[in-house]
Design a protein around this ligand. Structure first.
Ligand SMILES: Cc1ncc(C[n+]2csc(CCOP(=O)(O)OP(=O)(O)O)c2C)c(N)n1
Ligand SMILES: [Mg+2]
Length: 580
């Protein structure tokens, strides 16, 4: 068995199920070995698409993502997606051929390239270390939540893997040792120091208006956080990447930050205690800090010590896993007797309490607030004046209509741009795995590939890719991938014939906008060319075409080309500019 085959077989044995990539000579053998041993290969049309699809697959499935690319340009093409994955701490193994001879056209310093974006370079150097290094790469990705480049030098790939006895036995031994180690996540149960846990319990016991903000690091901790919030009367919000985590809870405020509803912003700003759970508390989640009131006590819980206080100073920082920390706080309050939540009102949100006490009597969890959240808790409940007409639809009207039409079992993937707040906040999602937000690098053009990776992970859900015209055209090659794979997908393009974010950034200051505006493009025709069914939407009535597609066989994916109004910046972009 040669090295490239051993690497592929090892990864398949460790549980690699889906491999995304573009195959060239330098990753041909390793990818074939993965397929031969049970993995599914998903061919993208550009390595950038493959990288982001692998990232989104990992986020949506909870498994390690695998990307396979050719040496040199295969890897450079993938780099924006690799940077997004690395910044998001996505467990991802990038397999790349490597031309180590400096005279080769394909030669670059691949280690330096990926290190520059926060990924971890590793290397298989010979048959002797091939299996061991592959196991190391997989474990680093999984346990440390890192994006790892596993370089496969061309000269080493054809080396022979030595073994004693039957090859299968040799591989099985190493792989099962690796798998046993890999199945024990190192920090998953990490509990903060007991003193910190008691201090948090005390702060929660004293707080009258606590709010929890859960981030990516809390996506596994719904049950624990809901229990603690119930005991302490806390309201529940998330950062954008954890959207959907508390879906169905009557005290859920949806997203905290620039995307927040007016009601959520008011209540978070009015909190006397905000606890960030596995959440960076960055400028987006805190709306440049304006959602944290001047007297609000801020607490942060994070697995990573370095994340504590990185974006905002906190009164108390606890290093630990979110679920384990929440459990420890509950235990500290209920078992040790040093702190107790018994004086706190825990209005369940169901039924009404006799003699309603209003805010004074019940803190945040009052019957009155339960009614307000039910009535105004979603963006689509916020009244607005429709600005559509003249062949353009208001993006709010468009998105509310889509929210009504599309099945509830859906995954929403959103690209970057002025339009992005509408699909992110007006389309509901069933849970935290149903919203895939690849925005850590703030790159335009990742939305379509994000939808592809998420759709491969969850074929049972209808995936909605929401793109601007700029992002759609930047990634158009992957439209072919959607059609070829037969993915259940609706691609919605919010077309303002511009880089709207730039138009609204610079337009009000009188700058010329010629460089960021474009002539109309027939995106529906482009979609049909790739094999999509299409609907062009210029007003509400055109949405009947979407309803027809939903009622049909859905054999081919649907592209909705929506010509949207473009006179003003979206609310979240206005907020973002305030921080510039
Ligand atoms: C790769 C990349 N290039 C450029 C930018 C700068 N940029 C941010 S938003 C945007 C416009 C995107 O246009 P579109 O997809 O049509 O969305 P819109 O803003 O018009 O709603 C651009 C060019 C970026 N963030 N990422
Ligand atoms: Mg645009």
């Amino acid at each position: 068995m040669i090295v490239a085959e051993a690497v592929g077989r090892t990864l398949a044995s460790l549980g690699a199920e889906a491999v995304f990539g573009v195959v060239g000579s330098g990753n041909f053998h390793v990818t074939n070995a993965l397929v031969e041993h049970g993995a599914r290969f998903v061919a993208a049309r550009h390595e950038g698409g493959a990288a982001t699809a692998a990232d989104a697959y990992a986020r949506t499935s909870g498994k390690v993502g695998i990307l396979s690319v050719h040496q040199g340009p295969g890897l450079t093409n993938a780099m924006t997606g690799v940077a997004e994955a690395a910044k998001s701490r996505t467990p991802l193994v990038v397999l790349a051929g490597e031309a180590t001879d400096a005279r080769s056209n394909f030669h670059i310093d691949q280690d330096a390239l990926v290190r520059a974006v926060g990924a971890v370079p590793m290397r298989v150097s010979s048959g002797t270390d091939a299996v061991e290094q592959t196991v190391n790469a997989f474990r680093t990705a999984r346990e440390d939540r890192r994006t790892v480049l596993l370089n496969l030098p061309l000269g080493a790939q054809t080396g022979v893997v030595p073994w004693r006895g039957p090859l299968g036995e040799f591989l099985d031994q190493i792989v099962s040792a690796g798998r046993a180690a890999a199945s024990v996540p190192l920090l998953q149960h990490a509990v903060p120091a007991a003193g910190d846990v008691e201090e948090l319990a005390g702060l929660l016991a004293a707080a009258r208006r606590p709010v929890f903000v859960a981030g990516r690091g809390a996506r596994h901790a719904r049950r624990e956080l809901e229990e603690l919030a119930g005991l302490t009367g806390a309201l529940l919000a998330t950062s954008a990447v954890a959207r959907g985590l508390f879906r169905g809870n009557p005290w859920e405020l949806d997203v905290s930050g620039g995307f927040a509803t007016p009601l959520a912003a008011e209540l978070i700003r009015g909190a006397d205690l905000v606890v960030g759970w596995g959440c960076a508390l960055n400028m987006w989640t805190t709306r440049h800090g304006t959602l944290i009131g001047p007297d609000t006590v801020l607490v942060q819980v994070d697995l990573d010590d370095a994340a504590i206080g990185l974006h905002r100073p906190v009164r108390l920082g606890l290093t630990g896993d979110t679920a384990a920390t929440a459990r420890a706080v509950i235990a500290a309050a209920t078992v040790s007797g040093k702190v107790a939540f018994s004086g706190k009102v825990a209005f369940s949100g169901e039924g009404t309490l006799s003699g309603e006490g209003g805010d004074e009597g019940y803190g945040y969890r009052s019957p009155e607030l339960a009614r307000r959240i039910a009535a105004q808790g979603r963006w689509r409940d916020v009244p607005y004046t429709d600005e559509g007409g003249g062949g353009r639809i208001d993006p709010r009207t468009l998105t509310i209509a889509l929210d009504d039409l599309l099945p509830a079992e859906r995954t929403v993937a959103v690209d970057s741009g002025n339009f992005m707040g509408y699909p992110s906040m007006f389309l509901d999602v069933p849970d935290e795995r149903a919203f895939c937000f690849t925005q850590a690098f703030q790159s335009v053009g990742l939305g379509l590939a994000t939808a592809i990776g998420a759709a491969v992970a969850r074929p049972d859900r209808l995936t909605v890719a929401a793109l601007g015209d700029g992002g759609a055209l930047m990634s158009a090659a992957e439209l072919e991938t959607v059609v070829r794979l037969g993915l259940p997908m609706v691609v919605v393009v919010y077309d303002d014939e511009a880089y709207g974010a730039e138009v609204h950034h610079f337009g009000p200051h009188g700058y010329p906008l010629d460089l960021v505006t474009f002539p109309p493009a027939d995106l529906a025709a482009i979609g049909r060319g790739y094999g999509f069914e299409t609907v062009t939407v210029t007003g509400r009535a055109d949405l009947s075409g979407v309803a027809r597609w939903l009622e049909g066989t859905r054999e081919r994916p649907l592209l909705v080309h929506a010509r949207v109004t473009r006179d003003r910046a979206s609310w979240w972009l206005e907020e973002a500019f305030k921080g510039h």
